[in-house]
Write a protein that binds this ligand. Structure first.
Ligand code: AMP
Length: 407
């Protein structure tokens, strides 16, 4: 399945003002970028636009902006500095609290072909997340062409990815997707719509409620669905097991039963943990030293809390991955922020690193875990978007993608 949207390869940007929406929503600590994967992932599109002689105007959001104080700490200025180094070319920062105010307009006016500037955090404008007309029009007024390369926000309809595209299209100007967006959708789309079988999907994370539609949709596409993390205990309880003090959503027990029945009807396998790493309570702080026990799932004491998959489950899940040809993984197997409770997540990451199957990491915590553990280069694709990749796995159309011109 290819993406049926126009891309940067389908347009001529020479001498044109190109507004390129990137996902520069990187973690910052004391003004320093602590993970630059998203910047590196944006480079191919930016380089292409420079090489083709566009005037490249980059924009992105950074974190949540709720107070005036946030406007001091959530400036994109450090991103412009690091991007300049990565590109080997100046990325001029258009400091402007209005994002598209007098300063930004003057900076755009002064651009030559092949120049790059970065606008201020789009969320400095409160209308951004409401897809408001005024800010969409402001952004559109800077551009002859719009490129959306921000997969991480593609599941949201905001001014800087949807509103601006609609404005420009209404003026007969092109709105296309960039290489990163194309790659994300090609990998995730192929895995879900056209997988090489056996296709094993692995889901983890805290709550079942966050993954209801993902489980439902993936069951139809995959051969085996592995469920770990906090959400596995609601399934275990639905199966009749004692789960002690583990995280359980009692309102979702029927849903879990329904999914088990659906799997059986479709001839699909759902693999749940057969044992659990437990402790007397949730670690506080989360990385506190903690004494961990291992119990088979049918022997869990009422006063213990399941905080990671157990050693037998890790082996069971790793074995299932060995025979897979396609693996999609989203969500940690346990409270991986605690070194003693990271073993299950580590075992799954290692199993994916060791297989020749196409391996796709669905962003968020699992992407962070894989990168932290040094397995990044061994994966076929690590998505830059957690929420966006989940909504994609739900089978939903992403508004940020839908807004681009069709081929
Ligand atoms: P999510 O945001 O849904 O991907 O969930 C990630 C979070 O789930 C991480 O912060 C983990 O610490 C947490 N988590 C994983 N397993 C468990 C568990 N067994 N009990 C409670 N929280 C868990």
């Amino acid at each position: 399945m290819g993406l049926n949207k126009k891309s940067v390869d389908d347009i001529n940007v020479s001498g044109k003002r190109v507004l390129c929406r990137c996902d520069f929503n990187v973690p910052l600590k004391d003004g320093k970028i602590t993970d630059e994967n998203r910047l590196v992932a944006a480079l191919p599109t930016i380089k292409k636009l420079i090489a083709d002689g566009g005037k490249v105007i980059l924009c992105s959001h950074l974190g949540k902006v709720k107070t005036e104080e946030d406007k001091k700490t959530k400036t994109l200025a450090p991103v412009a500095v690091r991007l300049s180094e990565l590109l080997g070319q100046e990325v001029k920062f258009a400091a402007d609290l209005e994002v598209v105010g007098a300063n930004a307009r003057a900076a755009v006016e002064a651009m030559n072909d092949g120049d790059v500037i970065l606008l201020e955090n789009t969320r400095f404008r409160a209308e951004e997340t409401k897809n408001g007309e005024a800010f969409s029009k402001d952004l559109a007024s800077l551009a002859d062409v719009f490129v959306n390369d921000a997969f991480g926000t593609a599941h949201r309809a905001h001014c800087s990815n949807v509103g601006v595209a609609e404005e420009l299209k209404a003026e007969g100007k092109p709105a296309v997707v960039g290489y990163l967006m194309q790659k994300e959708i090609d990998f995730l789309g192929n895995a879900v719509e056209n997988p090489v079988h056996p296709f094993v999907a692995i889901l983890g994370g805290a709550k079942v409620a966050d993954k209801l539609n993902v489980i439902d949709n993936l069951l139809e596409k995959c051969d085996t669905l592995i469920i770990g993390g906090g959400m596995a205990y609601t399934f275990a309880k639905a199966e009749g097991y004692e789960v002690g003090k583990s995280l359980v959503d009692d309102t979702k027990l029927d849903y879990c039963k329904e999914m088990m029945a659906k799997a059986e009807k479709l001839g699909k396998k759902i693999l749940l943990p057969i044992d659990s790493a437990t402790a007397a309570s949730f670690p506080d702080p989360i990385d506190a030293e903690i004494k961990v026990n291992n119990f088979d799932i049918d022997k869990m004491p009422a006063d213990e809390m399941g905080l990671d998959i157990g050693t037998k489950s890790a082996e069971l899940f790793a074995n299932e991955v060995k025979s897979a040809k396609t693996v999609v993984w989203n969500g940690p197997m346990g409270v991986f922020e605690n070194p003693t409770l990271a073993a299950g997540t580590l075992a799954v990451a290692k199993a994916l690193a060791d297989t020749d199957a196409t391996t796709i990491i669905g962003g968020g915590d699992s992407a962070a875990a894989v990168n932290q553990m040094g397995f990044g280069p061994k994966m076929s694709h690590i998505s830059t978007g957690g929420g966006a990749s989940l909504e994609f796995l739900e089978g939903k159309e992403l508004p940020g993608v839908a807004a681009a011109n069709d081929k």
